[in-house]
Write a protein that binds this ligand. Structure first.
Ligand SMILES: [Zn+2]
Length: 253
């Protein structure tokens, strides 16, 4: 008989789907295995000891084993329930948006320990600064896209590779940032271009290069918040075929 492969790890619950009357599929993001989806048998029974720990966003200690094609959850106990985030609908919506973005952007069993750390850190910060949940959500989205290799830096012109001067630049629909002289060489009307203030470029680069905690100290102007949100969404939806379900909930609050 093939030997069972048992493992202990920790994870953050990204998604829960019911299966029949008693079972659930639970998707975790773990530092050791990346995203994994396990079958949790019997957890919908009232008598299940694991049931109370299984809730979206919880950080849990888990024990699993793997058959040839399927992970099974045997133990689950929560380390952190993020009670402050779950106290209000707007911060719940922000937390769920991050969970869904990670679920949609990652593949099963491709571990990126840095991604687990940033998810954990972001939920801890949202828990502590729950009033700042929307800004934390947008910063995290950008950090995620960077870890996954979808965004790098905005210090150089995407065409001539020269360092961008400390003035405005231009943003092309093709996700390129252009300097003024490359813009002049473009045939008019070839691409729709949007002018980017240097202060926005500087903020984008600051977010990409600094730890999450430092970005909370930034003096955010409303205009900047809107720019950062648009910027994150463009890169997100460049890589996804359809909108995240939780996007609608964000608009309600
Ligand atoms: Zn250029």
């Amino acid at each position: 008989m093939r030997e069972k492969r048992s493992v202990s790890t920790r994870g953050i619950i990204l998604r829960i789907r019911n299966l029949g009357e008693q079972d659930r599929f639970i998707t975790f993001y773990t530092p050791d295995y990346g995203k994994i989806t396990c079958l949790a048998k019997g957890v919908r029974k009232i008598s299940s000891r694991r049931a109370g720990h299984i809730e979206l966003m919880n950080r849990v200690k888990i024990e699993l084993w793997k058959s040839r094609h399927q992970w099974y959850l045997t133990q689950c106990s929560s380390e952190e329930n993020f009670k402050e985030i779950k106290r209000k609908m707007p911060s719940i919506a922000s937390g769920i948006f991050i969970l869904e973005a990670i679920d949609r952007l990652t593949m099963e069993e491709h571990p990126l320990p840095e991604l687990f750390d940033i998810l954990n850190k972001s939920l801890q910060l949202m828990e502590f600064y729950s009033e700042d949940h929307a800004w934390i959500r947008e910063i995290i989205l950008i950090k995620l896209l960077k870890i996954l290799g979808y965004i790098n830096s905005f210090k150089h012109c995407g065409t001539c590779r020269e360092k961008l001067p400390e003035q405005h630049a231009y943003w092309e629909e093709t996700f390129n940032v252009l300097c003024e002289s490359c813009l002049q060489k473009k045939p008019p009307m070839q691409a729709r271009l949007e002018r980017l203030d240097f202060s926005v470029l500087k903020l984008m680069n600051f977010i990409l290069e600094h730890p999450l905690e430092n970005t909370l100290m930034i003096n955010k102007r409303l205009q900047h918040k809107e720019n950062i949100e648009q910027w994150g969404r463009r890169f997100l939806y460049k890589n996804l075929s359809h909108q995240l379900k939780s996007e609608e909930a964000l608009r309600l609050y």
